[in-house]
Design a binder for this molecule. Structure first.
Ligand SMILES: *Cc1c(COP(=O)(O)O)cnc(C)c1O
Length: 390
């Protein structure tokens, strides 16, 4: 049995999304910018997909900019805020310590270009506090950028509350909703969101396609010089097969959201209950305020890498919070942000479920994981010390 439990990294393309893509890879291959009938057929597909996606998000079609994915949308949103802020001499940005690197690294670059960045604490529960967002906003704040849901530990942030207070204070609010879109309801108007990033491959759409929503009133500088695509802001022939796949995947995910989430969160809770029985383990992040599909654990005394390897050998694809950087293992910045010590932040396991996971698969994980943890601990000098201390 192979169990894919890494849906926070990427997901399988759903049959519905694939079916929506195929015509644009075969007979409807025209360029939407061409004036002939083949081009117009493609343009119709493009407009339709844009309108349907906008409808799902509560946005208008002209507020949707297609991008190559979440990373590009995050980069673009921060550039938009920097450009608009500079006109009013506003160069301060408020964010959190556990954003995705697409945001954190872009903020580092913004700092080199004169921005001043405040990274808020997310506390032990992995949730930012709206009153701390409000307190961090200054006269010269150009942007608040806070992720909708964390990609490592799955915790949901109080987006509507943050949106409301940003709107009241007249500060632009961007949310990286790459992990949340298609998994929890989003309403950009009701939640006072000015800019939002999402990527199709996190909700059973294809890879390499995403979007930036930018509220109509906000001036958008050109991101990519070239043709007149995306209202002249991002040149380049549209990836229409992927856009059609993204529209179908998003609509499908939102139609099935209630039923899927009930099932997936039940499987997640079953997993959490079982894994928490392992001695010296803990669930990271608030137990309640989380995405239906993500659970992240640490097991004292073992390394995440060894755990992933043995799980993979047992047919389970999972991931660890730690990223491998040029041979040396850095502890996860997310786990450090919720206050885990360096040693512990190395040994995490993220299990992320999607629409295609079954109960049998969860049972397989529950059966397989404890003996692997035990085996690794038997070989671990750190565990030896922990046992003696206990
Ligand atoms: C996956 C992810 C991204 C990056 O999206 P890409 O489509 O891979 O560029 C950004 N932010 C979050 C929260 C993510 O989970």
């Amino acid at each position: 049995m192979r169990v894919y439990a890494d849906n926070a990294a990427t997901t399988a393309v759903s049959p519905t999304a694939l079916e929506a893509m195929l015509p644009y890879l075969t007979e409807k291959y025209g360029n939407p910018s061409s004036v002939h009938s083949a081009g117009q057929e493609a343009a119709k597909g493009l407009d339709g997909a844009r309108a349907r996606i906008a409808g799902v998000l509560g946005a208008e079609a002209k507020e949707i900019y297609f991008t190559s994915g979440g990373t590009e949308a995050d980069n673009w949103a921060i550039q938009i805020a920097m450009a608009n802020g500079a006109k009013k001499n506003k160069r301060h940005i408020v964010s959190t310590a556990f954003e995705h690197h697409a945001v954190l690294h872009t903020l580092k670059k913004a700092e080199k270009n004169g921005a001043e960045v405040t990274l808020l604490d997310v506390h032990a529960e992995g949730v930012v506090r709206p009153e701390e967002v409000a307190a961090a906003i200054r006269e010269d704040t150009a942007l608040v950028t806070i992720m909708y849901a964390n990609n490592e530990i799955g915790t949901l942030q109080p987006i509507a509350e943050i949106g409301k207070l940003c709107r009241e204070k007249g500060v632009l609010f961007h949310t990286d909703a790459v992990q949340a879109a298609g998994h929890v309801p989003i309403d950009v108007v009701g939640q006072n969101i000015d800019m939002l990033s999402l990527a199709a491959h996190k909700f059973h759409g294809p890879k390499g396609i995403g979007l930036l929503y930018c509220r109509g009133k906000i001036p958008v500088p050109v991101f990519m010089e070239g043709g007149a695509q995306e209202r002249g802001k991002r040149g380049g022939t549209e990836n229409l097969p992927a856009i059609a796949g993204m529209a179908a995947a998003l609509e499908e995910a939102c139609q099935n959201m209630e039923i899927d989430n009930r099932r997936i969160s039940r499987l997640r809770d079953k997993l959490i209950d079982a894994v928490s029985q392992i001695p010296h383990s803990r669930l990271n992040g608030d137990r309640q305020r989380r995405l239906p599909g993500i659970a992240n654990f640490v097991f004292e005394g073992i390394e995440g890498e060894g755990l992933l390897l043995l799980l993979d050998m047992a047919g389970i694809c999972a991931s660890s919070g730690s990223a491998c950087t040029s041979g040396s293992l850095d502890p996860s910045h997310v786990l450090l942000a919720i206050g885990l010590p360096h040693e512990t932040a190395h040994g995490s396991l993220r299990l992320s479920l999607g629409a295609f996971n079954t109960e049998e698969e969860i049972d397989h994980i529950i059966k397989t994981l404890p003996p692997i943890v035990e085996r690794l601990r038997e070989m671990s000098p750190v565990w030896e010390r922990i046992k003696k201390g206990a």
